[in-house]
Design a protein around this ligand. Sequence first.
Ligand code: AMP
Ligand code: MG
Length: 910
Amino acid sequence: AELPVQYADYGAWQRDWLQGEVLAEQVAYWRGQLGGQPAALQLPTDRPRPAVQTFKGAKEVVRLPASLADSLKALSRQEGSTLFMTLLAAFKALLYRYTGQEDILVGTPVAGRDRVEVEKLIGFFVNTLVMRTDLSGGVTFRELVGRMREVALGAYTHHDLPFEVVVEELQPERDLSRNPFFQVWFLLQNASQHVSFELPGLALTPLGGEFQSSQFDLTCNLADSPAGLHCSFEYNSDLFDAGTVRRMLGHFRSLLEHAAADPDRPLRSIPLVTQEEQSLLASWNDTRADYGQAECLHTLFERQAARTPDAVAVTFNGTELKYRELEARANQLARHLRTLGVGPEARAGVCMQRSIEMVVALLGVLKAGAAYVPLDPEYPRERLDFMLEDSQVSVLLTQQALLDTLSPQTARVVALDSDWHVISEQSGDALRLEMSAEHPAYVIYTSGSTGRPKGVVITHRAISNHMLWMSDEMPLDAEDRVLQKTPLSFDASVWEFYAPLLCGAQLVMAPPGAHRDSAALVRHMREESVTVVQVVPSMLRLLVEEEEIAECESLRRVCVGGEALSAELVKRFRERVDAELYNLYGPTEATIDASSWRADGTERVTIGRPVSNVRMYVVDESLNPVPVGVAGELLIGGDGLARGYLNRPGLTAEKFTPNPFGEVGGGRLYRTGDLVRYLAGGELEYLGRIDHQVKVRGFRIELGEIESALEADERVRQAVVVARQEGGESRLVAYVVGEGAAANGLRARLKKELPEYMTPSAFVLMDELPLTPNGKVDRRALPEPEYLRPELEEAYVAPSNAPEKRLAAIWQQVLGVEEVGVEDNFFDLGGHSLLMVQVLGKVKLERVFEQELSMIEMFQYPTISALVGYMERAREEQLSRAKINERAEKQKLAASRQRQAMKQRSRRDV
Ligand code: AMP
Ligand code: MG
């Protein structure tokens, strides 16, 4: 039949109509719906999103049974919604569960042929509608269908405004990597309308096309027919793998089934994980290894000492101790400690410099049945006092030289060097203590968010399990030499001691201070033919750039951990070092390392799989397991768990929750606060933190602890500390509100209470802190600090001679500070030990000084003028020594000439 109007008529009509008030009303509606720059949908992708959106695509399909479609239709009828609205609600629920985002926008097409005249017209009438739904507030599926209905009805009554006009009017932020407003697309076809397509004399069958493109990140395409719902997900194949999308379809189906059966369930607790996936997750957690009955750590050492009594156990600075000798000395100390009342469940503080005595001290405490509490002599006195008091140590083991730095003690103090003559009166035979592996072996303090550090209590069972796993996964033999360089106060130090000592290998103690000096470390590794070393990634980055690393031929294994490892660093490592690389992950509360990954050829860095007898669960807020690929909090269970926090039952109950996954016989799970996800192969990927704990150069810091210390100052009304990323480094910046607060005063205060690594690099004084709409401090809106020379107590003194000027230039470059005075302290300008390593590198490269300069000397002389003065004195000394030597040489020469002459004379005389 002849058409009543043509497409051009429709165009003219639309232009005419969509003006003035009509247009204004439509635009106002969409402005209300889509205003406020909604965030892009952050679906977890398999590959990084390209900077410019690509359209390569593929498709996965599933058929959902008619029975499921029927119950969804029944639910729709109950709620006064359409099947479209109910299905779109379910799809949004899936996106919410995948992203954790509560404001979800999905695009969908409308036919636009809602007038009789255009029904049969050839032409393009389809428009794009953006459906934005709020999924917050623990909404149930039924409630969501209601919300979806309102949104859809609103959109339908405003469907006439073309999408391109919406974009033009609202001006969303442009991003070449994404579609504006929405990144996923949804459509439901009523397939029954299409089946009856017939042409006279022709038989028609639909051909399934090959899909090789995708318009959006993801498209959910549903078709309803008597046979059920046909569901396909078309996806951008530069972002997702087929397997991922197949799993996603499985989760969608699971969600639809549970939502239909129980619509009053909150979205966040609808199970997504399929049966198949459940058994896969369980298989990844099957880490059982039979290590026999749990034993004490020192028992394992005693057994090794009996096997290889004459092998060298430990070396330090040219001294060495055989296994037999170490065993005897530790026994003597243990017996001595027993006379002081030390035994199981007691604690002994160990505040020592790296030395052979340190090893004797650790083993001695364990053999006496007690737990050791490491205390770093470099910590401020106030912090040490707190830890000593909190842990109620009955004995404090130390060294003569450190006695002055400690406060007067209520505990018995034993100086292992100067008191050794008393200790050595004891027998060197092992004690026969009745002791179980459930007793604590050590207590390590970590930063606490409420302002005080907390002691983590680790039992022999946990640490022995860890050591036995290590000897399985990374075996050592008599030829191995393991470097001990991590300060005692970090739990990573623990395995450095015991890995070699339980295997008959050699423990090589690094010189004091070497742990922060990459050049000294590498030199030591080469000289001592070290085979195994452990560092944090921040240190590895410096190590691989040391020239001498190429000459460490003995090095065969490097372990990194403590903070995220980047793919670039792994690559650089491969170029520079010929050794195996392990990424070890674990909180102190789960005994050093809870998972490990041996870096292979793949470019994706992971934290691998759980260690023996340890289990890991990735869960959502309601502690339900999340599917593979989806981010969640990591919970850890199994033999590695700490007993809890010392004397802090409340905090222990909060962080160690009952295990809801019954299969391992109850027990507890530690809530790590780490955000991770499973990759398809079973490895875990580390994504970040869900709280305010940060890592700065591998040091674990609760920002709340620094904030509390700042707020304890009466001049400070409010303080917020953040870790800012700058050029691959983390720096702490404090934002402070308060009258009369000045950076230098606050810095001085913090230095007395907190370790060096917890002192912020910069202090920014603010009139008020930016707030989010719901009244919390908006950390992302805090301004970037200006690294001008901070307000210091010292007045600015300009560099005056050549070396001072060159040093100042290097400092300015490394610290990113504009003006450095020669009296300024390196650390007060925001410097830290790793930056000092960079300064040292540049000083050497530019040959600022003629003589050798070490990290230790730089630490001793932390201002430019002090360092230059020291180097000048050293040079003069060297010169005068040279003169003395020259004079001595001359004298020697003269004397020998004289002797020669005398000999000749005497010969003549004969
Ligand atoms: P700590 O108790 O000092 O060992 O700190 C534990 C925290 O450090 C973990 O909860 C993680 O946030 C972080 N961490 C430790 N090892 C790694 C690693 N290999 N990759 C990424 N983060 C890590
Ligand atoms: Mg750790």
